[in-house]
Design a protein around this ligand. Structure first.
Ligand code: KIV
Ligand code: ZN
Length: 528
């Protein structure tokens, strides 16, 4: 198997995505995570571009070990000096220099002749070589350059000491077979071309960045430049997680492996998305919310029998939290029964039939049936309320000054009592969370909140997904409401209810011993 090196440019090319810029402290945190993820090279920024970027590259070079650090520079002395200084403390380093090669860039951007550009490339590589041995050279817009001049430029920089040749598809124009063939021609025709390493760098304007990078690997490239979540200029760069999982999942076909520790993929993806305020599309491969969720009844049935029927990757191995089955109007009896049994509830056949009818009525009215709604349906079916608490009412006082205040009326369904709890916080969410938390017999940790607008315009519904943790277990509650704060409150209540049910089940398990059954109304709850 060939070892493909992963060159991560999330903090340089990825940061060039509109609105995605990061503070130096954020870059340092992400760089540490990238090193833990197992990338081979990190390009942490463009040192000459700002004092903040210089500082970030410098700190990362000082602190982050076990990975090669790359300084980025135009073919200009000041840029090279800055990149050399910023990466001085790195355990291992390289310098990445770029210079345009296509006619359109030469004529309109650089306003220089081909001879002048070759001269600049030669002299700047020679200049940089005095300071750094590993020099990566990128002829920018290479895929629109044409063989003759591309070969000439690459030959010139190899003669001056470039050790890695990156051929960027700067504008995402290439097709996979063209891109792969381009590397083959360079390797075979450029003098000195067999003695250097090759790198692919693809943009996603036509949605081909991953396909093009895979074609380059097939052609003999040993390094691929990627960004987490595929962030980057315009439609972005080749996505790290997609490329890595394509290689991992099809390693026999690719004849290649990477050094990526896949179990960290999801965590890093989430961190980058949050730090850059760059949302991940629901259907984004590998890390999107729907990437491992199934709604079709036939698929759900197959999955419950054997995961491999409809999944080619194991989300557990990527650190993706699992909520495989999405209950909606396409779900069948088998999937509903399975979900109900995950709550420790085993309805009789008759109860199940009644539940199924009510479920279908509800599912016809809304896209997805959430867990707390399912629990409510079971409760109605068997005349027992299974949710420990119901949020009957909530009011929040918010504004520009002072702390926010919330008042939450919560019903304890076992006791039948209704109590009003008040909470305060710096923001309305904190106030609501503090109010609701007072009703609970346990302390749960509020670990995550995702908020989505389900359509555009003022009348849009807000969807809130809240994750809480208790004793190391995560519980997710989902709610949709016209008032986004109420969506958060209900989602939090739903997540807490699951944690409290777990607490009750554990308490009863201790009292009664595992495997015993507890009678709750007319349904039987089996202690898992
Ligand atoms: O897309 C590109 O051409 C680049 C280079 C400068 C490597 O990001
Ligand atoms: Zn790029």
């Amino acid at each position: 198997m060939k070892r493909v090196h992963i060159f991560d440019t999330t903090l340089r090319d990825g940061e060039q995505a509109p609105g995605a810029s990061l503070h130096p402290e954020q870059k340092i945190v992400i760089a540490r995570q990238l090193a833990q993820l197992g990338v081979d090279v990190i390009e942490p920024g463009f040192p000459i571009s700002s004092p903040g970027d210089f500082m970030a590259v410098q700190c990362i070079s000082q602190e982050v070990t076990g990975v090669e650090i790359c300084g980025f520079a135009r073919a200009v002395k000041e840029d090279i000096d800055s990149a050399v200084r910023a990466t001085e403390a790195a355990e291992r380093r390289r310098l990445h220099m770029f210079l345009s090669s296509s006619n359109i860039h030469l004529d309109f951007q650089l306003r220089k002749s081909r001879e002048q550009v070759i001269q600049i490339a030669r002299s700047m590589v020679a200049y940089a070589k005095q300071f750094v041995d590993r020099i990566e050279f990128s002829p920018m817009d290479a895929t629109r350059t044409g063989d003759e001049f591309l070969f000439e430029m690459i030959e010139a920089v190899i003669q001056e000491g470039a050790t890695i040749i990156n051929i960027p598809d700067t504008v995402g124009y290439a097709l996979p077979e063209e891109y792969g063939a381009m590397f083959t021609r360079v390797m075979n025709n450029v003098r000195g071309g067999k003695g250097v390493e090759y790198s692919a760098h693809c943009h996603n304007d036509l949605g081909l960045a991953v396909a093009n990078s895979l074609a380059a690997i097939k052609a003999g490239v040993t390094q691929v430049e990627v960004t987490v979540n595929g962030v980057g200029e315009r439609a972005g760069n080749c996505s790290l997680e997609e490329l890595v999982m394509a290689i991992e999942t099809r390693k026999e076909a690719m004849g290649a492996v990477t050094g990526i520790q896949t179990q960290h993929i999801y965590e890093v993806s989430q961190k980058v998305s949050r730090a850059m305020s760059f949302p991940i599309a629901f259907n984004k491969p590998i890390v999107g919310r729907n990437a491992f969720q199934h709604e079709a009844g036939i698929h759900q049935d197959g999955l419950l029998k054997n995961r491999n029927t409809y999944e080619i990757m194991d989300p557990d191995r990527l650190g993706v939290p699992r909520n495989m089955i999405i209950l909606g109007k396409h779900s069948g009896r088998h999937a509903i029964k399975h979900r109900v049994s995950q709550f420790g509830v085993n309805p009789t056949d008759e109860q199940m039939e009644a539940l199924y009818i009510k479920f279908k009525e509800l599912a016809d009215r809304q896209k997805v049936v959430q867990d707390h709604q399912l629990m409510e349906l079971i409760g109605h079916t068997v005349n027992t309320v299974l949710e420990p608490y119901t949020l009957l009412q909530a009011q929040v006082l918010t504004g520009t000054t002072g702390s926010r205040m919330a008042s939450c009326t919560i019903k304890d369904n076992a006791e039948g009592s209704e109590i009003v709890f008040s909470g305060t916080g710096e923001g309305p969410v904190e106030a609501l969370v503090s109010g609701i938390s007072q009703a609970l017999p346990i302390h749960v940790e509020f670990t995550d909140l995702e908020l989505y607008s389900l359509s555009s315009g003022e009348e849009a519904n807000g969807e809130a997904i809240v994750t809480v943790s208790w004793k190391g277990n995560h519980f997710r509650g989902v709610a949709v409401h016209r008032d986004v704060l109420m969506a958060v409150a209900q989602a939090y209540m739903a997540a807490c209810n699951q944690a409290v049910r777990e607490y009750f089940l554990q308490g009863q398990a201790q009292d009664q011993g595992e495997g015993d059954s507890i009678d709750v109304g007319e349904v039987e709850i089996t202690i898992p």
